[in-house]
Ligand binder design. Structure first.
Ligand code: SF4
Length: 103
């Protein structure tokens, strides 16, 4: 027969383990964070964030990477409109112009 103290001990143990793991994951995420390429992040910010996969990638971040690194067409984002494509094209042009000017 379980005593209340056994139940309390189990709850406290699980709570302490959860707290330790939570702190460890928080610290790990801070130090192991992988930052996106700045242009990928900018393109991603302009995409609709539906993560629908209609572009043939697993989601909007993956499509942003395809657009920046693999010349994926902007029309690949089916829910996106002409304004979105225009903004992405402009920010990519501006980014590469800035990069050229830095050389
Ligand atoms: S089609 Fe557009 S909204 Fe859907 S996942 Fe691809 S980039 Fe995101």
């Amino acid at each position: 027969m379980m005593l209340i103290s056994d139940v309390l001990r189990a709850v406290i143990s699980i709570g302490v383990i959860g707290l330790i793991l939570g702190v460890a994951i928080g610290i790990a995420s801070k130090y192991l964070e992988v930052k996106a390429h700045p242009l990928v992040q900018m393109v991603y910010d302009e995409l609709p964030h539906f993560n629908c996969g209609a572009c043939g990638t697993p989601g909007c971040m993956a499509n942003a990477e395809e657009i920046v690194f693999k010349n994926q067409k902007l029309e690949s984002c089916k829910p996106g409109n002409a304004d979105m494509r225009k903004r992405i094209k402009k920010l990519m042009d501006d980014y590469y112009k800035d990069e050229e000017n830095k050389k």
